[in-house]
Design a binder for this molecule. Structure first.
Ligand SMILES: Nc1nc2c(ncn2[C@@H]2O[C@H](COP(=O)(O)OP(=O)(O)OP(=O)(O)O)[C@@H](O)[C@H]2O)c(=O)[nH]1
Ligand SMILES: [Zn+2]
Length: 388
């Protein structure tokens, strides 16, 4: 549950962006808007559409952060997302998506999302049940923060799963061990976790004492997303990073780590140092939705496999298998290999799903909208600042 007021997002950007005549998108740079996006958006801007970022989506409606055309100051508007809805669940609008918005005017009192920009990254997990649909947790994320509570012994298999999910998104994973104030041996646990997350920074923090928060802040990309189990301390950490109580935190029974589902919708929170943080609801489990992230999450196994005698070695019983040799001499722990195989098996049945196909579809749809924007969408006649 959130208590953040979505109707007033204060801009963390510098006052210089509030000069008259600033391009309408300029104020969005603190939300991660880039020169590349500006270029991509140009034809739509010409057609009178304005760029915005989805802060929250629910049932056909979204809160969209837009920059005021005159001052560049950010504000949140409510918009209809139905025109960009899709039969493919992963293609549906989601928190973090950049959109082209038809602003409200005399004829249309509610803003309308006309197009979704192609995503740079997306955190996708396998949907619930037997269906192979994916569920998008957040889009255009640079850093995936995996919150793991130190209140109980970390489940390394679960950490590996989240790390694979994060790599798969295209963003940089970072493991955040929360509630550091509750344990004395945080450093030992940190080293254990580090061993199962090659190439990933593992930090110990405490929202209670403030430990580790400065280091964490320094590691954040323009857009960060927090994922993790319910009760891992995501909302508390969000509040600590935001420097204000933007999320409601409810008491949890730490003994069994079940917590309660306190976060029911995702929300994008602007951070004081610039950039945004997306809090996602607590996940009981995450099914992977793709394969490439796995080899990054288990990079040492992928490296060993390159030294196997046969290129197509399955690491079962082949002679000259470097993976089996590492298992035999103990340099590769059995637990780690079992974990890798388990996740690999899980991924296999979704193998035919093509990320590339979906991404290409989105780019195609985007081009179609851009094209029609050039011809059909009449410029918005509202009080738009002249573009320079
Ligand atoms: N001692 C201590 N407790 C913490 C810390 N961070 C969070 N907690 C407690 O852990 C419990 C769960 O925290 P939340 O922030 O609600 O966890 P969450 O991950 O957002 O949970 P969901 O919203 O269900 O996903 C609360 O009772 C917090 O007070 C910390 O740094 N130290
Ligand atoms: Zn092998």
């Amino acid at each position: 549950m959130l208590n953040a007021s979505v109707s007033s997002v204060s801009s963390p950007s510098s006052p210089s962006s509030e000069v008259l005549g600033t391009p309408p998108s300029a104020g969005l740079s603190s939300y991660g808007w880039t020169a590349e996006l500006d270029e991509l958006f140009a034809p739509l801007a010409e057609a009178g559409l304005v760029p915005g970022r989805l802060a929250r989506v629910d049932r056909g409606q979204a809160d969209v952060v837009v920059a005021d055309p005159l001052t560049g100051r950010l504000r949140t508007v409510r918009a209809d997302t139905r025109p960009v809805g899709s039969a493919e669940t992963v293609e549906n609008p989601c928190t973090g998506d950049w959109v082209a918005l038809e602003p409200t005017g005399a004829e249309a009192p509610v803003a309308t999302v006309r197009a979704l920009l192609p995503r740079a990254t997306a955190i996708i997990r396998k949907g619930a049940g037997k269906r192979s649909d994916g569920q998008v947790l957040a889009a255009n994320v640079d850093t995936v923060l995996i919150a793991v509570s130190l209140a109980v012994d970390p489940d390394l298999g679960r950490v590996e799963r989240f790390v694979a999910l994060a790599w798969e998104s295209g963003a940089q994973p970072l493991v955040v061990l929360t509630k550091g104030d509750l344990v004395d041996d945080a450093e030992f646990v940190r080293e254990d976790v580090e061993r199962v997350a090659p190439g990933v920074t593992v930090l110990v923090v405490s929202a209670e004492t403030g430990e580790g928060l400065d280091v964490l802040r320094a590691c954040l990309g323009a857009t960060s997303a927090l994922v993790g189990q319910s009760g891992a301390g995501k909302s508390t950490l969000t509040n600590a990073l935001a420097g204000t109580d933007v999320m409601v935190v409810q008491g949890t029974r730490d003994s069994d780590e079940k917590g309660r589902h306190t976060t029911t919708t995702r929300e994008m929170i602007p951070l004081p140092q610039g950039g945004v943080l997306i809090d996602t609801p607590g996940l009981r489990g995450v099914g992977l939705y793709g394969g490439e992230g796995l080899d990054q999450a288990f990079s040492e196994i992928a490296e060993l496999a390159e030294q196997c005698r046969f290129h197509d070695c399955t690491h079962q019983a082949e002679p000259g298998c470097a993976v089996l040799a590492a298992l035999a001499d103990g340099t590769l722990p059995e637990r780690r290999m079992d974990s890798y195989r388990k996740l690999q098996r899980e991924n296999e049945w979704i193998a035919s799903r093509a990320d590339a196909r979906l991404a290409a579809e989105r780019v195609r749809a985007w081009k179609a909208v851009s094209k029609s924007a050039r011809g059909n969408i009449r410029p918005w006649s509202g009080s738009r600042a002249p573009r320079n």
